[in-house]
Design a protein around this ligand. Structure first.
Ligand code: G6P
Length: 372
């Protein structure tokens, strides 16, 4: 009903706009005097956290992309190898698991059958399991050793938006908790990350202010038949998520690629007029990825691509080559995904609307898939 949508025309629009709160509420109670401590992990024990040799993330759909983003952060901060695997692939390949493996499942609903089976299987093999979940008392958290809830509030629209940013937030908190317990980051470095995380809600608010511009872009492109997304590092899973949103909501063929992979195949797809979204890493990225991505933009532009760059405020290097630039506020590179995903969600939502589709209930999809 209209009342449930709180005055918004769709649940999706409402949920996209609630993302600053989804992040802020997921942080709440887990940072005290600038120090990350997740109370739900107390029972799990610091010794158990120090004992972990490997983390395997299992999830499906958007949740799996949240896991891919978190891999970069957890490895960098806590120096534990992290692999991310689709639950249905993990479960059936005889994975190498032991009691030093921590399985982290991510599920908004906590009911996705494939993910539930993956968790049960991993525990049978002796692994410990932590669940990141948005639904109190759901099955997956009940089947896990510990749960770190996301506090995005109920997500009604089938395609996930606010749960995604809340999942990344929870996983980042987990990564910082691990780094503190394991002593892999100095107090000063930990404090910097905490500050970055706490600044995210307001920065998402700034990105949301550009919704109208992104909407115009979507309306111009409403007859587009294919859209490509490029990103690198943490921008890579965001490219995948941007493509997924467009498939789910606007039924448009879309693919995300790691920008470094362009020359190994995807560049052959570029023909005049092909729209390509590029998630541009910050010029301050320690691995100096920015010039590499700018040169990717030049390569596809030279072949006629229509480039929509998502770039940080003040990044002038993209201007000569991009047809459109959507700005995100300055943030440390690991925190950019929480900002860069927002225009991609809005783009897909607006394109769905422009095509007269049901943005909350896309055809053929279910909010939670409780069958294998
Ligand atoms: C379904 C939904 C997706 C979601 C996926 C995983 O396919 O349509 O939006 O990302 O399930 O759901 P979960 O509840 O496990 O996060």
């Amino acid at each position: 009903s209209a009342a449930e949508k709180g005055g918004w025309s769709s649940f999706m629009r409402k949920e996209v706009s609630e993302q600053p709160d989804a992040v802020a509420n997921t942080i709440r109670g887990r940072i005290t005097d600038g120090v990350v401590a997740i109370p739900e992990l107390e029972g799990f024990g610091d010794d158990a956290l120090r004992d972990i040799r490997r983390i395997t993330v299992v999830a499906c759909g958007t949740a799996a992309y949240a896991g891919m983003v978190a891999k970069y952060a957890i490895e960098q901060w806590a120096r534990i190898p992290v692999e991310v695997e689709l639950s249905h692939e993990f479960r059936y390949r005889d994975p190498v698991i032991d009691e030093h493996t921590l399985v982290v499942s991510i599920s908004q609903s906590g009911e996705t059958m494939d993910t539930l089976m993956a968790v049960k299987y991993a525990r049978e093999q002796g692994a410990r399991a932590i669940s990141v979940c948005n639904t109190q008392g759901a099955t997956i958290p009940r089947e896990s050793d510990a749960v770190v809830y996301t506090h995005a509030g109920p997500e009604v629209a089938v395609a996930s938006t606010k749960a995604f940013v809340a999942q990344i937030t929870a996983l980042y908190l987990f990564g910082l908790h691990l780094a503190r317990v394991r002593g892999t980051l100095s107090d000063a470095r930990l404090a910097e990350q905490v500050e970055e995380l706490q600044a995210v809600p307001e920065k998402i608010g700034t990105v949301l202010e550009q919704a109208d511009r992104v909407g115009e872009l979507a309306h111009w492109m409403s007859d587009t038949r294919s859209v490509l997304f490029l990103g690198r590092h943490v921008g890579y899973p965001i490219a995948l998520e941007g493509a997924l949103k467009l498939k789910e909501l606007a039924y448009i063929h879309a693919e995300g690629f790691a920008a470094g992979e362009l020359k190994h195949g995807p560049i052959a797809l570029i023909e005049p007029g092909q729209p390509v979204f590029v998630v541009v890493p910050s010029p301050r990225h320690s691995a100096n990825l920015h010039p590499k991505v700018v040169s990717n933009i030049q390569e596809i532009r030279a072949r006629g691509a229509r480039v929509i760059a998502i770039a940080e405020a003040g990044d002038a290097a993209v201007l000569p080559f991009a047809d459109e630039v959507i700005r995100i506020p300055l943030a440390a590179p690991l925190f950019e995904p929480l900002l860069a995903v927002v225009p991609l969600q809005i783009f897909a939502m607006e394109l769905s609307q422009a095509k007269g589709l049901d943005v909350d209930q896309p055809r053929n999809l279910a909010k939670s898939v409780t069958v294998e």
